[in-house]
Design a protein around this ligand. Sequence first.
Ligand SMILES: Cc1cc2nc3c(=O)[nH]c(=O)nc-3n(C[C@H](O)[C@H](O)[C@H](O)COP(=O)(O)OP(=O)(O)OC[C@H]3O[C@@H](n4cnc5c(N)ncnc54)[C@H](O)[C@@H]3O)c2cc1C
Length: 398
Amino acid sequence: MDVRTEVAVVGGGSTGSSIIYHIAKVGVSDCTLLDKESQIAAGQTSLSTALVRTHYSVEIVARMALRCYNYFENFEANLAGRTAGFVKTGLIIGAGADAKSALDDNMKMLRRLGITTNLVDRDEAVRIEPQLGASGFADIVFEPEAGYAEPSTTATSFASAGRELGAKFMMERRVTKIERSGGGYRLETPAGSLWAKKVVLATGPWSKPIFASLGIDLPVRAVRHPVAIYHRPAEYEGKRPFILDLLRSAYYKPEGRYLLIAGSLELELDTSGAEVDPDRYDRGVTSEEVTKMTGKVMDAIPLMASKGEYERGFGGVYDVTPDQQPIIDELSDYGYENLFCLVGLSGHGFKLCPEYGRIMAAMVTEGKFRDYDTSVFRLSRFKEGKLLRSSYQVGTVG
Ligand SMILES: Cc1cc2nc3c(=O)[nH]c(=O)nc-3n(C[C@H](O)[C@H](O)[C@H](O)COP(=O)(O)OP(=O)(O)OC[C@H]3O[C@@H](n4cnc5c(N)ncnc54)[C@H](O)[C@@H]3O)c2cc1C
């Protein structure tokens, strides 16, 4: 006989862990998280740069990011002493002439939402970060409150808080098939099946085959995201603002005392990069990728040219939708009532995980999230041509 549960959440990354916690928190203790791996956050969450910022040009996403920022800042109080390892560093956004007007318009919208964001001139930017090569930027914005968290710790904190509220965890359970059964769903795994009245899919880059088995062609592409890690010299050590370099399409995150994590924001990576199998892709970085990234790092932070050292790199995977915003939906239009999904996070889903959990818990338990209209994230928007529009070239930026 199948194990039975009221709500099953498939996927234990930052998304699924936050969802299971929030579901348990609203009083559904008969909920179960399944993951194919042996531990929480073994998917893309563990590789995340985990930058937490509020700068977005899509207003609803900026609102969500602000709520999440406040959540991260007060994480210990929100989650009974558990930590997300949040470190406030500040964020410098440098734009070339092409992004200047988008950045200016955005600032007005962000200020209206109550987000602290300041336009600074080059001298001020260099006072904030003396190693910044500011000369190429037409516009520079400083977001003093931004920072980064520890992604695996965050997910584990949500999971353990959920466990304390009664949530159960079934690890090493790859869900291979979902079928309707007895007014709910039967989830098949190689280690046995589970019946759930309601199911949430938070399966990250592995989502497509599950949706295909439900007869849904999910418009999400798994795209490799290479990251290069450098050693910073003494003059550039310690806690420093991270930099979104819209001019060179890259981000640079000083981490801990000595590391600098650099990743690409290139357009082709988000929209047309080759699709990969998230179980079998190149987890390293090529010398070409390192050379290209090192050039950007040296231009943006000139001291790194003489005193920085490349240490290592790795490849992660983004689950990218056509507008680089998530899909948050109940699949009832496709004939699957009480089957929900939160997938296609497009390389910026970590910072939003507290709000993803809150939204999905309301959808699952009350049938609707009422605080604001999340229907803009519905799956059918792609067929309807109602994509969310970022004012930046790369939607991952926001
Ligand atoms: C290199 C890199 C840098 C990033 N930087 C940032 C950043 O700075 N800021 C930011 O906000 N976001 C960032 N992101 C994106 C962010 O990390 C992700 O959007 C977020 O962590 C996704 O979490 P998830 O839970 O949806 O997916 P995942 O963490 O991939 O979790 C999915 C889980 O589902 C499980 N699963 C999948 N299929 C099945 C199945 N059939 N049965 C059972 N279990 C299954 C997997 O094992 C996995 O644990 C970055 C991502 C990468 C790769």
